[in-house]
Design a protein around this ligand. Structure first.
Ligand code: FE2
Length: 434
Protein backbone atom coordinates (compact mmCIF):
# COMPACT_ATOMS: atom_id res chain seq x y z
CA UNK A 1 0.00 0.00 0.00
CA UNK A 2 1.03 3.62 -0.33
CA UNK A 3 0.16 4.72 3.19
CA UNK A 4 -1.19 3.21 6.40
CA UNK A 5 -2.42 5.28 9.33
CA UNK A 6 -2.34 3.05 12.40
CA UNK A 7 -4.16 3.16 15.74
CA UNK A 8 -6.60 5.92 14.75
CA UNK A 9 -9.68 6.90 16.70
CA UNK A 10 -12.58 7.63 14.37
CA UNK A 11 -15.51 10.04 14.82
CA UNK A 12 -18.59 8.34 16.36
CA UNK A 13 -20.43 6.32 13.73
CA UNK A 14 -17.63 6.55 11.14
CA UNK A 15 -16.94 2.80 11.15
CA UNK A 16 -20.13 1.22 12.51
CA UNK A 17 -18.90 -2.32 11.89
CA UNK A 18 -16.55 -1.96 14.87
CA UNK A 19 -17.83 -1.59 18.38
CA UNK A 20 -16.81 1.77 19.77
CA UNK A 21 -14.55 2.71 21.28
CA UNK A 22 -11.99 0.33 19.80
CA UNK A 23 -9.26 0.68 22.42
CA UNK A 24 -6.41 -0.20 20.10
CA UNK A 25 -7.67 2.09 17.38
CA UNK A 26 -8.29 1.35 13.73
CA UNK A 27 -5.80 1.07 10.89
CA UNK A 28 -6.56 2.79 7.59
CA UNK A 29 -4.90 1.47 4.45
CA UNK A 30 -4.54 3.73 1.40
CA UNK A 31 -3.63 2.93 -2.18
CA UNK A 32 -3.82 4.99 -5.37
CA UNK A 33 -5.67 7.86 -3.68
CA UNK A 34 -8.40 5.65 -2.20
CA UNK A 35 -9.03 4.05 1.18
CA UNK A 36 -8.72 0.30 0.64
CA UNK A 37 -8.93 -1.07 4.21
CA UNK A 38 -10.35 0.06 7.54
CA UNK A 39 -9.74 -2.51 10.28
CA UNK A 40 -7.94 -3.15 13.56
CA UNK A 41 -4.37 -4.50 13.23
CA UNK A 42 -4.26 -4.36 9.44
CA UNK A 43 -1.88 -7.08 8.26
CA UNK A 44 -0.15 -5.22 5.45
CA UNK A 45 2.80 -2.94 4.91
CA UNK A 46 3.12 0.39 3.16
CA UNK A 47 5.74 2.74 1.80
CA UNK A 48 4.78 5.22 4.52
CA UNK A 49 3.16 4.66 7.90
CA UNK A 50 1.78 7.17 10.39
CA UNK A 51 1.14 6.16 13.98
CA UNK A 52 -1.93 8.04 15.18
CA UNK A 53 -1.38 6.60 18.67
CA UNK A 54 -5.03 6.91 19.63
CA UNK A 55 -5.63 10.36 18.17
CA UNK A 56 -8.66 11.25 16.06
CA UNK A 57 -8.63 10.72 12.30
CA UNK A 58 -11.52 12.35 10.51
CA UNK A 59 -12.59 13.04 6.95
CA UNK A 60 -11.50 16.57 6.04
CA UNK A 61 -13.20 19.78 7.05
CA UNK A 62 -15.58 21.19 4.46
CA UNK A 63 -16.47 24.88 4.25
CA UNK A 64 -19.86 25.10 2.50
CA UNK A 65 -20.00 28.92 2.40
CA UNK A 66 -17.08 31.19 1.60
CA UNK A 67 -16.15 34.26 -0.50
CA UNK A 68 -12.78 33.53 -2.04
CA UNK A 69 -12.91 36.52 -4.38
CA UNK A 70 -12.85 38.89 -1.40
CA UNK A 71 -10.62 37.00 1.01
CA UNK A 72 -7.38 38.53 2.33
CA UNK A 73 -8.35 41.96 0.98
CA UNK A 74 -8.66 43.45 4.46
CA UNK A 75 -7.89 47.19 4.40
CA UNK A 76 -8.31 47.54 0.61
CA UNK A 77 -9.08 50.31 -0.11
CA UNK A 78 -10.02 51.05 3.51
CA UNK A 79 -11.42 49.20 6.51
CA UNK A 80 -15.13 48.81 7.29
CA UNK A 81 -15.62 51.58 9.88
CA UNK A 82 -19.15 50.68 11.03
CA UNK A 83 -18.58 46.93 10.79
CA UNK A 84 -22.00 46.48 9.18
CA UNK A 85 -23.11 44.21 6.34
CA UNK A 86 -24.24 47.16 4.23
CA UNK A 87 -20.96 49.08 4.61
CA UNK A 88 -19.18 45.83 3.73
CA UNK A 89 -21.21 45.57 0.49
CA UNK A 90 -20.47 49.24 -0.28
CA UNK A 91 -16.76 48.71 0.45
CA UNK A 92 -16.66 45.67 -1.84
CA UNK A 93 -18.22 47.90 -4.53
CA UNK A 94 -15.36 50.41 -4.03
CA UNK A 95 -12.76 47.67 -4.28
CA UNK A 96 -14.17 45.97 -7.39
CA UNK A 97 -12.92 48.48 -10.01
CA UNK A 98 -9.35 48.06 -8.69
CA UNK A 99 -9.31 44.28 -8.68
CA UNK A 100 -6.79 42.58 -10.90
CA UNK A 101 -6.87 38.96 -11.87
CA UNK A 102 -3.29 38.37 -10.71
CA UNK A 103 -3.97 39.77 -7.23
CA UNK A 104 -7.22 37.79 -6.92
CA UNK A 105 -5.49 34.54 -7.88
CA UNK A 106 -2.58 35.19 -5.55
CA UNK A 107 -4.83 35.89 -2.56
CA UNK A 108 -7.07 32.91 -3.28
CA UNK A 109 -4.12 30.54 -3.63
CA UNK A 110 -2.67 31.85 -0.39
CA UNK A 111 -5.98 31.15 1.31
CA UNK A 112 -6.04 27.63 -0.14
CA UNK A 113 -2.60 27.04 1.43
CA UNK A 114 -3.98 28.13 4.79
CA UNK A 115 -7.00 25.86 4.25
CA UNK A 116 -4.92 22.80 3.46
CA UNK A 117 -2.75 23.36 6.54
CA UNK A 118 -5.96 23.30 8.59
CA UNK A 119 -7.33 20.14 7.01
CA UNK A 120 -9.93 22.06 5.02
CA UNK A 121 -9.99 20.20 1.71
CA UNK A 122 -13.34 21.21 0.18
CA UNK A 123 -14.71 24.74 -0.13
CA UNK A 124 -17.86 26.12 -1.74
CA UNK A 125 -17.08 29.72 -2.64
CA UNK A 126 -19.50 32.32 -3.91
CA UNK A 127 -18.10 34.53 -6.66
CA UNK A 128 -19.60 37.91 -7.49
CA UNK A 129 -21.00 37.99 -11.05
CA UNK A 130 -22.23 41.60 -11.08
CA UNK A 131 -19.03 42.97 -12.64
CA UNK A 132 -19.59 42.54 -16.42
CA UNK A 133 -15.86 41.87 -16.91
CA UNK A 134 -16.36 38.66 -14.84
CA UNK A 135 -12.78 39.11 -13.75
CA UNK A 136 -13.33 37.39 -10.41
CA UNK A 137 -15.07 34.49 -12.14
CA UNK A 138 -12.17 33.99 -14.53
CA UNK A 139 -9.72 34.19 -11.64
CA UNK A 140 -11.53 31.67 -9.44
CA UNK A 141 -12.14 29.23 -12.30
CA UNK A 142 -8.36 29.33 -12.79
CA UNK A 143 -7.79 28.82 -9.04
CA UNK A 144 -10.21 25.88 -9.08
CA UNK A 145 -8.17 24.29 -11.87
CA UNK A 146 -4.85 24.87 -10.09
CA UNK A 147 -5.92 23.51 -6.67
CA UNK A 148 -7.87 20.54 -8.10
CA UNK A 149 -5.01 18.08 -7.39
CA UNK A 150 -5.45 18.62 -3.64
CA UNK A 151 -8.60 20.67 -2.86
CA UNK A 152 -12.22 20.53 -4.10
CA UNK A 153 -13.30 24.07 -4.91
CA UNK A 154 -16.95 24.49 -5.89
CA UNK A 155 -18.07 27.89 -7.19
CA UNK A 156 -21.44 29.63 -6.84
CA UNK A 157 -22.51 32.39 -9.26
CA UNK A 158 -23.43 35.10 -6.76
CA UNK A 159 -25.19 38.27 -7.97
CA UNK A 160 -24.05 40.37 -5.00
CA UNK A 161 -26.02 43.48 -6.07
CA UNK A 162 -29.23 41.54 -6.84
CA UNK A 163 -29.99 39.54 -9.98
CA UNK A 164 -32.93 41.84 -10.82
CA UNK A 165 -31.58 45.05 -9.28
CA UNK A 166 -28.20 44.98 -10.99
CA UNK A 167 -28.43 45.54 -14.78
CA UNK A 168 -27.15 42.57 -16.76
CA UNK A 169 -26.61 40.39 -13.69
CA UNK A 170 -28.70 37.45 -14.92
CA UNK A 171 -26.84 37.38 -18.25
CA UNK A 172 -23.53 37.56 -16.37
CA UNK A 173 -24.66 34.71 -14.13
CA UNK A 174 -25.45 32.53 -17.15
CA UNK A 175 -22.09 33.42 -18.75
CA UNK A 176 -20.29 32.48 -15.54
CA UNK A 177 -21.98 29.05 -15.53
CA UNK A 178 -20.77 28.54 -19.11
CA UNK A 179 -17.26 29.44 -17.89
CA UNK A 180 -17.21 26.66 -15.29
CA UNK A 181 -19.07 27.96 -12.24
CA UNK A 182 -21.03 25.11 -10.64
CA UNK A 183 -23.95 26.43 -8.58
CA UNK A 184 -26.68 29.10 -8.99
CA UNK A 185 -26.64 31.80 -6.28
CA UNK A 186 -28.93 34.67 -5.35
CA UNK A 187 -29.65 37.36 -2.77
CA UNK A 188 -33.43 37.91 -2.64
CA UNK A 189 -33.40 40.15 0.46
CA UNK A 190 -31.18 42.65 -1.40
CA UNK A 191 -33.64 43.14 -4.29
CA UNK A 192 -35.67 46.37 -4.21
CA UNK A 193 -38.89 44.88 -2.82
CA UNK A 194 -40.11 41.69 -1.18
CA UNK A 195 -41.98 40.94 -4.43
CA UNK A 196 -38.79 41.35 -6.47
CA UNK A 197 -37.00 39.10 -3.99
CA UNK A 198 -39.59 36.35 -4.47
CA UNK A 199 -39.42 36.80 -8.24
CA UNK A 200 -35.63 36.45 -8.16
CA UNK A 201 -35.95 33.15 -6.28
CA UNK A 202 -38.38 31.82 -8.92
CA UNK A 203 -36.22 32.98 -11.82
CA UNK A 204 -33.03 31.46 -10.43
CA UNK A 205 -34.62 28.16 -9.35
CA UNK A 206 -36.24 27.73 -12.78
CA UNK A 207 -32.88 28.37 -14.45
CA UNK A 208 -31.16 25.86 -12.13
CA UNK A 209 -33.85 23.24 -12.82
CA UNK A 210 -33.46 23.75 -16.58
CA UNK A 211 -29.69 23.41 -16.37
CA UNK A 212 -29.64 20.58 -13.81
CA UNK A 213 -27.66 22.68 -11.32
CA UNK A 214 -27.60 23.06 -7.56
CA UNK A 215 -28.80 26.27 -5.88
CA UNK A 216 -27.30 28.11 -2.90
CA UNK A 217 -28.75 31.52 -2.11
CA UNK A 218 -27.81 34.13 0.43
CA UNK A 219 -31.29 34.17 1.89
CA UNK A 220 -32.82 36.47 4.49
CA UNK A 221 -29.48 37.74 5.83
CA UNK A 222 -31.40 40.30 7.82
CA UNK A 223 -32.83 40.94 11.27
CA UNK A 224 -36.24 41.59 9.70
CA UNK A 225 -38.62 38.82 10.85
CA UNK A 226 -40.75 39.50 7.76
CA UNK A 227 -37.89 38.60 5.40
CA UNK A 228 -39.33 35.23 4.42
CA UNK A 229 -37.69 34.34 1.12
CA UNK A 230 -36.76 30.95 2.56
CA UNK A 231 -40.45 30.07 2.29
CA UNK A 232 -40.42 30.85 -1.44
CA UNK A 233 -37.11 29.03 -1.86
CA UNK A 234 -38.53 25.89 -0.22
CA UNK A 235 -41.79 26.10 -2.18
CA UNK A 236 -39.97 26.57 -5.51
CA UNK A 237 -37.64 23.68 -4.66
CA UNK A 238 -40.70 21.50 -4.12
CA UNK A 239 -42.52 22.74 -7.24
CA UNK A 240 -39.51 22.17 -9.50
CA UNK A 241 -38.45 18.83 -7.97
CA UNK A 242 -35.09 20.17 -6.80
CA UNK A 243 -35.20 18.21 -3.54
CA UNK A 244 -31.77 17.75 -1.95
CA UNK A 245 -30.07 20.20 -4.32
CA UNK A 246 -31.00 23.55 -2.78
CA UNK A 247 -29.46 25.42 0.15
CA UNK A 248 -30.48 28.55 2.02
CA UNK A 249 -27.42 30.33 3.37
CA UNK A 250 -27.50 32.56 6.46
CA UNK A 251 -31.29 32.56 7.14
CA UNK A 252 -30.65 35.00 9.98
CA UNK A 253 -34.15 36.50 9.86
CA UNK A 254 -35.37 33.17 11.25
CA UNK A 255 -33.73 34.19 14.53
CA UNK A 256 -36.32 36.97 14.85
CA UNK A 257 -39.35 35.26 13.30
CA UNK A 258 -42.56 34.48 15.09
CA UNK A 259 -42.42 30.99 16.65
CA UNK A 260 -45.74 29.88 15.18
CA UNK A 261 -44.60 30.84 11.69
CA UNK A 262 -41.35 28.88 12.16
CA UNK A 263 -43.35 25.83 13.28
CA UNK A 264 -44.89 25.82 9.79
CA UNK A 265 -41.70 26.80 7.95
CA UNK A 266 -39.41 24.02 9.22
CA UNK A 267 -41.63 21.14 7.99
CA UNK A 268 -41.84 22.90 4.61
CA UNK A 269 -38.02 23.04 4.44
CA UNK A 270 -37.80 19.41 5.47
CA UNK A 271 -40.39 18.37 2.87
CA UNK A 272 -38.40 20.17 0.15
CA UNK A 273 -35.05 18.78 1.27
CA UNK A 274 -33.67 22.32 1.52
CA UNK A 275 -30.42 22.46 3.49
CA UNK A 276 -29.35 25.37 5.66
CA UNK A 277 -25.99 27.01 6.29
CA UNK A 278 -25.34 29.20 9.29
CA UNK A 279 -22.19 31.30 9.38
CA UNK A 280 -21.68 31.73 13.12
CA UNK A 281 -18.64 34.04 13.14
CA UNK A 282 -20.21 36.41 10.66
CA UNK A 283 -23.81 36.22 11.88
CA UNK A 284 -22.87 37.06 15.47
CA UNK A 285 -20.74 39.94 14.12
CA UNK A 286 -23.09 41.50 11.57
CA UNK A 287 -26.59 40.87 12.91
CA UNK A 288 -28.33 42.81 15.65
CA UNK A 289 -26.40 45.95 14.67
CA UNK A 290 -29.43 48.21 14.85
CA UNK A 291 -30.44 46.86 18.26
CA UNK A 292 -29.60 48.65 21.47
CA UNK A 293 -30.03 46.18 24.34
CA UNK A 294 -30.95 43.39 24.50
CA UNK A 295 -29.03 42.69 21.27
CA UNK A 296 -30.08 39.78 19.09
CA UNK A 297 -27.49 37.13 18.25
CA UNK A 298 -28.87 36.81 14.73
CA UNK A 299 -27.77 33.25 13.99
CA UNK A 300 -30.49 31.06 12.52
CA UNK A 301 -32.23 28.30 14.52
CA UNK A 302 -29.62 25.58 14.21
CA UNK A 303 -30.65 22.96 16.81
CA UNK A 304 -34.34 23.37 15.96
CA UNK A 305 -33.68 22.77 12.26
CA UNK A 306 -31.47 19.78 13.03
CA UNK A 307 -34.22 18.35 15.24
CA UNK A 308 -36.69 18.84 12.37
CA UNK A 309 -34.52 16.66 10.10
CA UNK A 310 -33.04 19.51 8.03
CA UNK A 311 -29.40 19.20 7.02
CA UNK A 312 -27.55 22.10 8.68
CA UNK A 313 -23.89 23.03 8.15
CA UNK A 314 -21.64 25.85 9.33
CA UNK A 315 -19.65 28.06 6.96
CA UNK A 316 -16.71 30.41 7.53
CA UNK A 317 -18.13 32.97 5.05
CA UNK A 318 -15.34 35.54 5.37
CA UNK A 319 -11.66 35.77 6.27
CA UNK A 320 -9.98 39.19 6.36
CA UNK A 321 -12.28 40.93 3.88
CA UNK A 322 -14.71 43.90 3.80
CA UNK A 323 -17.09 42.10 6.18
CA UNK A 324 -14.78 40.43 8.68
CA UNK A 325 -11.30 41.39 9.87
CA UNK A 326 -10.32 38.08 11.43
CA UNK A 327 -10.28 34.35 10.62
CA UNK A 328 -7.67 31.89 9.39
CA UNK A 329 -9.51 29.10 7.57
CA UNK A 330 -9.99 27.08 10.74
CA UNK A 331 -13.34 25.26 10.64
CA UNK A 332 -12.88 24.20 14.27
CA UNK A 333 -13.03 27.89 15.19
CA UNK A 334 -16.27 28.11 13.20
CA UNK A 335 -17.70 25.06 15.00
CA UNK A 336 -16.56 26.48 18.35
CA UNK A 337 -18.43 29.75 17.75
CA UNK A 338 -21.51 27.94 16.37
CA UNK A 339 -21.65 25.72 19.44
CA UNK A 340 -21.62 28.73 21.77
CA UNK A 341 -24.04 30.93 19.86
CA UNK A 342 -26.54 28.07 19.45
CA UNK A 343 -25.97 26.95 23.06
CA UNK A 344 -25.39 23.40 21.81
CA UNK A 345 -23.47 22.35 24.91
CA UNK A 346 -24.90 18.85 25.41
CA UNK A 347 -22.71 15.98 24.19
CA UNK A 348 -24.92 15.30 21.16
CA UNK A 349 -25.07 19.01 20.36
CA UNK A 350 -21.28 19.39 20.51
CA UNK A 351 -20.82 16.39 18.23
CA UNK A 352 -23.44 17.83 15.87
CA UNK A 353 -21.34 21.00 15.63
CA UNK A 354 -18.39 18.88 14.46
CA UNK A 355 -20.67 17.24 11.87
CA UNK A 356 -21.73 20.72 10.74
CA UNK A 357 -18.17 21.44 9.49
CA UNK A 358 -17.56 17.95 8.11
CA UNK A 359 -20.17 15.43 6.97
CA UNK A 360 -23.21 17.76 6.82
CA UNK A 361 -21.27 20.26 4.73
CA UNK A 362 -20.01 17.48 2.45
CA UNK A 363 -23.62 16.48 1.75
CA UNK A 364 -24.47 20.05 0.74
CA UNK A 365 -21.60 20.12 -1.74
CA UNK A 366 -22.56 16.65 -3.00
CA UNK A 367 -19.00 15.41 -2.47
CA UNK A 368 -18.51 11.87 -3.70
CA UNK A 369 -16.44 9.36 -1.75
CA UNK A 370 -16.47 11.42 1.45
CA UNK A 371 -15.91 9.33 4.57
CA UNK A 372 -13.74 6.65 6.13
CA UNK A 373 -14.58 3.34 4.47
CA UNK A 374 -13.05 1.18 1.75
CA UNK A 375 -13.67 2.91 -1.58
CA UNK A 376 -13.78 6.45 -0.16
CA UNK A 377 -11.34 9.10 -1.35
CA UNK A 378 -8.21 9.12 0.82
CA UNK A 379 -8.77 12.60 2.22
CA UNK A 380 -8.11 12.55 5.95
CA UNK A 381 -7.00 14.70 8.86
CA UNK A 382 -5.11 13.49 11.93
CA UNK A 383 -5.97 15.78 14.83
CA UNK A 384 -4.16 16.33 18.12
CA UNK A 385 -7.31 15.28 20.02
CA UNK A 386 -9.02 12.05 20.95
CA UNK A 387 -12.56 12.87 19.84
CA UNK A 388 -14.57 15.56 18.02
CA UNK A 389 -15.53 17.44 21.18
CA UNK A 390 -11.91 17.68 22.32
CA UNK A 391 -10.98 18.78 18.80
CA UNK A 392 -13.44 21.68 19.04
CA UNK A 393 -12.39 22.57 22.59
CA UNK A 394 -8.70 22.77 21.68
CA UNK A 395 -9.11 23.85 18.04
CA UNK A 396 -6.71 20.92 17.83
CA UNK A 397 -3.55 20.96 15.74
CA UNK A 398 -3.72 19.16 12.40
CA UNK A 399 -0.85 16.73 12.93
CA UNK A 400 -1.16 15.41 9.37
CA UNK A 401 -3.38 16.23 6.42
CA UNK A 402 -3.80 13.63 3.68
CA UNK A 403 -5.24 14.63 0.31
CA UNK A 404 -5.78 12.14 -2.55
CA UNK A 405 -3.65 9.66 -0.56
CA UNK A 406 -0.66 11.98 -0.10
CA UNK A 407 0.48 13.73 3.08
CA UNK A 408 0.21 17.41 2.13
CA UNK A 409 0.77 19.06 5.50
CA UNK A 410 2.18 18.20 8.89
CA UNK A 411 2.27 20.14 12.14
CA UNK A 412 3.80 19.39 15.52
CA UNK A 413 1.55 18.58 18.47
CA UNK A 414 0.39 21.08 21.09
CA UNK A 415 2.47 24.11 20.16
CA UNK A 416 1.04 24.25 16.66
CA UNK A 417 -2.39 24.95 18.09
CA UNK A 418 -1.02 28.10 19.68
CA UNK A 419 0.98 29.38 16.77
CA UNK A 420 0.67 30.34 13.17
CA UNK A 421 -1.67 33.31 12.68
CA UNK A 422 -1.98 32.21 9.10
CA UNK A 423 1.48 30.80 8.60
CA UNK A 424 1.68 27.41 6.91
CA UNK A 425 1.42 24.67 9.50
CA UNK A 426 4.70 23.17 8.40
CA UNK A 427 6.47 26.07 10.10
CA UNK A 428 7.44 25.02 13.61
CA UNK A 429 6.77 28.35 15.30
CA UNK A 430 8.02 27.94 18.84
CA UNK A 431 6.41 30.27 21.33
CA UNK A 432 8.65 29.05 24.12
CA UNK A 433 11.97 27.91 22.67
CA UNK A 434 13.67 25.20 24.71
FE1 FE2 B 1 -21.84 34.96 2.30
Amino acid sequence: MDLIIRRAMLPPGAAPQYKEPVDIGIDIGIEAGRIVAVEPKLAASAREEIDAAGSLVTPPFVDPHFHMDATLSYGLPRVNASGTLLEGIALWGELKPDLTQEALIERALQYCDWAVARGLLAIRSHVDVCDPRLLAVEALVEVKRRVAPYLDLQLVAFPQDGVLRSPGAFENLKRSIAMGVDVVGGIPHFERTMADGAQSVRLLCEYAAEQGLRVDMHCDESDDPMSRHIETLAAETHRLGLHGRVTGSHLTSMHSMDNYYVSKLLPLMRESGVAAIANPLINITLQGRSDTYPKRRGMTRVPEMMAAGINVAFGHDCVMDPWYSLGSGDMLEVAHMGLHVAQMTGVDGMRACFDAVTVNAARILGLEGYGIAPGCAANLVLLDARDPVEAIRLRAARLAVVSRGKVVSRAPAARAALSLEGRPAQVDFKLHPD
